[in-house]
Design a protein around this ligand. Structure first.
Ligand code: SF4
Length: 221
């Protein structure tokens, strides 16, 4: 059911609903923790049909064509929301984590990030300001979970402004598409990306459905 609902959500991963991304909002709908109206976009005319479908799924009904939509989605290309580029797979968070892990290299050498800090930064090549929690710091690389835009964190939260950062790595689970081999150059869609933008990179570790991708680029190869 969660997947059927997710298919109907806008896919902006913007956090306006108070959840990290659309997947988590779909899970909250299934659990009954939130109403469809929690996503402000579903109140707009352009998503009226989607909103009605979500309500039907939650009430145990199915809309005409639901089965076709699911099988079509299974076979459909994975495409970026704004660039419409094809991706090889969707990258989801590691189990129990709020977002895929990102490795950052801040351009400002004077930055002193510590585990638990909330950082404000803009990834090189991305127009969106991110907020993220530091998981580890080693050899100039800061590993984070993306946790916001700021409105999702609340105005009271203290954060460090680290400016522009190179995003050098991602780690997460392949949830749609084939798990790639080590050494493959891939196009992937991070589930938490607020632009739904396809990224490219090279697989440096692949174990089960878990992958680590480095050489990240927003210009897709
Ligand atoms: S589009 Fe934004 S507000 Fe709507 S469900 Fe997705 S993350 Fe939440």
């Amino acid at each position: 059911m969660k997947r059927q609902i997710y298919q109907q959500l806008p896919g902006f991963n913007c956090g306006e609903c108070g959840y990290t991304n659309c997947t988590r909002f779909a899970a909250a709908l299934v659990e009954g923790d939130v109403e469809t109206t929690g996503c402000p976009f579903l109140l707009q005319d352009r998503f009226k049909e989607s909103s009605e479908r979500v309500d039907e799924i939650l009430s145990g009904k199915t809309w005409e064509g639901a089965e076709d939509a699911i099988s079509t989605e299974e076979e459909a290309e994975i495409t970026g929301l704004i660039d419409h580029l094809a991706a090889d797979f969707v990258l989801a968070p590691l189990r129990g984590e709020p977002s895929c892990r990102e490795d950052l290299h801040p351009f400002d050498w004077a930055i002193h990030a510590e585990v638990g800090d909330i950082l404000r930064y803009r990834p090189w090549g991305c127009p969106i300001t991110h907020f993220a929690e530091v998981l580890a710091v080693a050899h100039g690389i800061v590993t984070v979970h993306v946790v916001g835009p700021l409105h999702r964190l609340g105005s009271e939260i203290a954060w460090k402004n680290v400016g522009l950062c190179m995003v050098v790595g991602f780690e997460g689970l392949v949830i749609r598409g084939d798990v790639p081999d080590v050494g493959a150059t891939v196009r992937f869609l991070p589930e938490h990306c607020m632009m739904g933008k396809v990224h490219s990179g090279v697989i440096v570790h692949s174990e089960g459905d878990r992958v680590r991708i480095e050489g990240i680029d927003l210009k897709v190869w």
